[in-house]
Write a protein that binds this ligand. Structure first.
Ligand code: UQ2
Length: 453
């Protein structure tokens, strides 16, 4: 079934795939009066990823870290769906609804085929849609290195849903450990929190969890608090690989002093229910396992055969146009974020890069739609990296850009203030600009809420 995303054909149809750091930024900035915009995204919200670690332990409430796509519903069309296939020649997409089946009494005859309406048993039916211009901002998946058991027994931290599951699992661990029949060995096992992956996500989650254990858990579970342990694993010899080595030393020293056990140069070989198999240690029981070891290819990107690609992304030129297999750029298709990389100019797969590429495209598309020229190539402005490491301390590194300037390398409270002000500033809606500092303040005064429901 073929659907026009709008009845008015006076405007060119721009389709955006994805509502993350790339796609949502385009949605925000695009001239919705001049473009006929359609968004296709399996989640109809944007995740403000830097706040997810805080959400996972209750430093923030979950709704502070998301923004709805439907805020723009009066100006755009949007479908909660997966894009399964792109036909670059016909300029057509095949999509599959991502909505769970809603049982309802259909007014259609069984033979009628309005495939957009979700019906029991027919949610998998696809629909097609054509585009004039297309932005591919579908992101990447979580890397597991095909280690058995990771998908079944570990939690990723990529979405607010992951943060919700982790938050309630932490509290389940404590109530379980508190049961009268538990032996102290069992208690220590279920209160062992493992994090695999020493990048900013793993480090920030370990830091937030450490804060929780040393504040509210001590008050709410005084006898159990001393049986807790946090272990952080990485195959690399150091955590925070992309940071300056002085800052890495600082963060590692702080973790060791705080009792976060660092197991760098360690290899997880297998995960089973409640236990890791580590090459250097053997069996390691845990109550919660958070997994954050980088990115895996998006299946849509893997399925594309007629574009130039790297294993994880489509290649683009410096104007962010995808490159066809004959080597020529496709003038109507751009790719940004973790699913894209500029040929010959690799950049880190971060929110910062995705966001800047989106801002560049917004500028360009808003000029093009007014028949104006926009000929500058994309240029990345590295604003540095931040990681929270617990106890109101952080590390901030922009030494790669500005080696000796002020604020080139910061640690401790100064870096923490930069961390909080940076993410407060980046928070998008007025609603969240009020909610985020409000919950920081509330939980500082009254402590985090440990009720599980
Ligand atoms: C950024 C960005 C992110 C980031 C970071 C940056 C959307 C969520 C870390 C970089 C910005 C920094 C470090 C702010 C500097 C601020 C001060 C007060 C010196 O741009 O893009 O994604 O995580």
């Amino acid at each position: 079934r073929h659907f026009s995303s709008s009845t008015s054909r006076s405007k060119e149809r721009l389709v955006i795939l994805g509502s993350g750091w790339g796609g949502y930024e385009i949605l925000r900035g695009i001239d919705k009066k001049r473009w006929d915009v359609t968004m296709v995204t399996p989640n109809n919200y944007f995740n403000f990823t830097p706040l997810l670690a805080g959400c996972a332990v209750g430093t923030l409430e979950l709704r502070c870290a998301i923004e709805p796509v439907r805020r723009y519903a009066t100006q755009i069309t949007s479908y909660q769906a997966w894009c399964d296939e792109i036909d670059f020649r016909q300029k057509r997409l095949t999509c599959v609804p991502a909505t769970p089946p809603v049982p309802y009494s259909s007014s259609f005859e069984p033979s009628s085929s309005n495939t957009l309406a979700p019906r029991p048993g027919s949610t998998g039916q696809s629909f097609t849609m054509s585009y004039d211009k297309l932005v591919v901002a579908v992101g990447a998946y979580s890397q597991t290195f095909d280690i058995p058991g990771v998908k079944e027994y570990a939690h990723f931290l990529k979405d607010v849903k992951d943060a919700r599951t982790i938050r309630s699992r932490i509290l389940e661990c404590f109530e379980q450990a508190n049961q009268p029949m538990m032996s102290d060995i069992d208690r220590r096992n279920v209160l062992h929190f493992c994090v695999v992956g020493g990048g900013p996500t793993g480090v920030e989650f370990a830091a937030e969890l450490h804060d929780l254990l040393h504040a509210e858990i001590r008050q709410h579970y005084p006898n159990l608090a001393k049986m807790t342990k946090i272990s952080l694993y990485d195959v690399a010899p150091n955590i925070l690989g992309m940071f300056d080595s002085q800052l890495v030393q600082y963060a590692e020293k702080k973790f060791r002093r705080d009792g976060v056990d660092l197991f760098t140069s360690h290899h997880v070989e297998r995960v089973e229910m409640g236990k890791l198999h580590v090459k250097e240690q053997g069996e390691v029981p845990f109550g919660l396992l958070v997994w954050s070891t980088g990115l895996a290819p998006n299946p849509l990107i893997s399925s594309i055969t007629d574009l130039k690609k790297t294993p994880r992304s489509v290649s683009t030129n410096e104007y962010l146009n995808v490159i066809k297999d004959d080597g020529s750029p496709d003038p109507d298709v751009w790719a940004i974020g973790d699913a894209a990389s500029i040929e010959g100019d690799p950049m880190p797969a971060t929110a910062q890069v995705a966001n800047q590429k989106a801002a560049y495209l917004v500028k360009k598309l808003n000029k093009v739609v007014r028949d104006k020229e926009y000929t500058q190539p994309f240029k990345f402005n590295n604003r540095g990296s931040l990681a929270y490491i617990g106890n109101w301390k952080a590390v901030y590194d922009r030494s790669a850009v500005d080696k000796d300037g002020p604020l080139s390398k910061e640690t401790g409270r100064t870096a923490w203030l930069i961390w909080r002000s940076a993410y407060f500033t980046m928070t998008l809606s007025a609603r969240n600009k009020i909610l985020v500092p409000f919950y920081w303040f509330l939980n500082w005064i009254f402590g985090r809420d440990l009720t599980r429901f």
